[in-house]
Ligand binder design. Structure first.
Ligand code: FCB
Length: 476
């Protein structure tokens, strides 16, 4: 028997959630609609026609949920605050809404769980969307106001702040692909959103730094590893370059290097990437950060179709035709690598995570001298509960998590500075356009009774978090 892999004692194990996906209480204590409340009212947008009005009812069950986290030995908990609750309609502080997060933070601290706050996990106040949302430069300034407002309330107790979660989703998936709120299919709007989101990030960092220079500040970006389908075929190499540009470099180059990559500006010139960038913006966007949060689910292999090859029409959760990923060429498509898939249809290959972490340190975080934390990683599987509501996901979700933790460990041994791993997600929850049909939780939520039941993956993960060792799955 070989000894289980051991993680450093200060490596944090945690879990992540997002406000709209778990809280419910959509109309309580002064909360006003966000773009996702609005999206859910539009027929055909959400696969099961559901919404976030109850979700996991975390708003009312928060103390018990924190106790659950403690029972799973979590070191840290990453949650997001609902802008529409804290500053309804994007306006001034709503004390009743902010109080919820104040109580949450107090409970976490009581249980010795470090709170990690994300300011924006996609739920823009609908009132701001009606003024153009992320296509409107003013939204970035409203975001900085929201950041300062919340810092006044929680800055004394929350040590780690993330500005944005996955700006790729809030721009391309939301304004070009139409799958996420506000559901537009307009490439020009998407590239304007990219810039304004980055500007919001930079202004947010500055606002939080002004509040307290000791806070640990960062952003969470989602990444893929883009392989050419055939590394000897120049068209495939170009396809991989475009995907890498559109997912990875378009966000990290401005943040770490203060510039948009020249090839991506060229790829997206017809949509006008960078046209809304004003003098001084890139200095704001590249304000120093202290940690980079990485969300990773899958990599992929890409090709460029020849002129006479038909473009496949992927469909989103709601069955709508999607434009091919917006990379400046509709002929760039993913190819099947014949790997196992999760219930999302996403490929499983943990090796890509090790490749990604090495590359990000080499090109971005290493030169900046900052660490990374995996702020999301996990998998949806079609869980079958037994009569007690217990899910044995040993061979599915727990194996996925174990394999990705092995990849993180390998990257640590490669010399990559990674300080933690947060599983997505603590609870089954509202999976955006997929509604409640996709379950990512290590804890099952019965949506009829709202009962929480830890799955096999949670019981195993609790041991990993307690021992900092990758204990064998069969020992649980
Ligand atoms: C990420 C999101 C998170 C969840 C997972 C599955 O892109 O940040 O809210 O939807 O995917």
């Amino acid at each position: 028997m070989t000894n289980p892999l051991t993680f450093p004692s200060n490596f944090a194990f945690g879990a992540a959630t997002a406000a709209f996906q778990i809280e419910g209480a959509a109309k309580e204590d002064g909360r006003r609609p966000s773009i996702w409340d609005h999206m859910c009212t539009e027929p055909g947008r959400i696969l099961d026609g559901s919404d976030g009005s109850v979700a996991c009812d975390h708003y009312h069950r928060m103390p018990a949920d924190v106790d659950l986290m403690a029972s799973l030995n979590l070191d840290t908990y990453r949650f997001s605050t609902s802008w529409a609750r804290v500053c309804p309609d994007g306006g001034p502080l709503n004390t009743a809404g902010a109080d919820f997060y104040s109580r949450l933070v107090d409970h976490l601290l009581e249980k010795n769980i470090r709170p990690w706050l994300t300011l924006y996990h996609w739920d823009l106040p609908q009132a701001l969307e009606e003024k153009g949302g992320w296509t409107n430069r003013d939204t970035a300034y409203r975001f900085a106001d929201y950041a300062s407002t919340l810092a006044e309330v929680l800055g004394d107790r929350v040590p780690i702040w993330t500005t944005l979660n996955e700006p790729w989703c809030s721009s391309f998936l939301s304004y070009a692909a139409g799958e996420h709120a506000p559901g537009l299919q307009d490439p020009s709007a998407a590239v304007d959103a990219v810039h304004h989101l980055l500007l919001a990030h930079g202004l947010g960092i500055q606002a939080l730094r002004d509040y307290d220079s000791n806070l640990t500040l960062g952003i969470t970006t989602n990444h893929t590893v883009a392989h050419p389908a055939d590394p000897d075929n120049p068209r495939d190499v170009d396809a991989a370059r475009r995907i890498d540009g559109a997912f990875n470099r378009i966000f990290l180059d401005p943040i770490f290097k203060g510039e948009y990559p020249a090839d991506v500006l060229e790829d997206m010139s017809s949509a006008g990437l960078g046209e809304v960038c004003r003098a001084g913006d890139l200095e704001i966007i590249s304000s120093p950060i202290d940690v980079l949060g990485i969300n990773f689910y899958n990599g992929g292999a890409f090709t460029t179709l020849a002129e006479d090859e038909p473009i496949p029409q992927p469909t989103n959760a709601a069955g709508l035709a999607l434009s091919t990923p917006f990379v400046g060429s509709e002929r760039v498509v993913g190819v099947d690598r014949h790997l196992p898939h999760t219930h999302m249809g996403w490929e499983v290959d943990a090796k890509d995570l090790r490749i990604l972490l090495n590359r990000l340190q080499r090109d971005y975080t290493g030169p900046a001298g900052i660490p990374m934390v995996i702020t999301e990683n996990g998998a949806a599987y079609d869980d079958k509960p037994d009569q007690e509501g217990f899910v044995d996901d040993t061979d599915t979700r727990a194996t996925y998590i174990r394999d990705h933790l092995k990849a993180v460990h390998a990257a640590l041994e490669d010399g990559v500075d990674i300080r933690g791993y947060l599983v997505w997600s603590l609870l089954d929850n509202f999976e955006w356009a997929w509604g409640y049909t996709r379950r990512f939780g290590i804890v099952r939520v019965d949506y009829e009774t709202l009962t929480r039941t830890p799955k096999a993956s949670a019981l195993w993960y609790a041991q990993v978090a307690r021992t900092h060792q990758l204990v064998p799955l069969e020992d649980t």
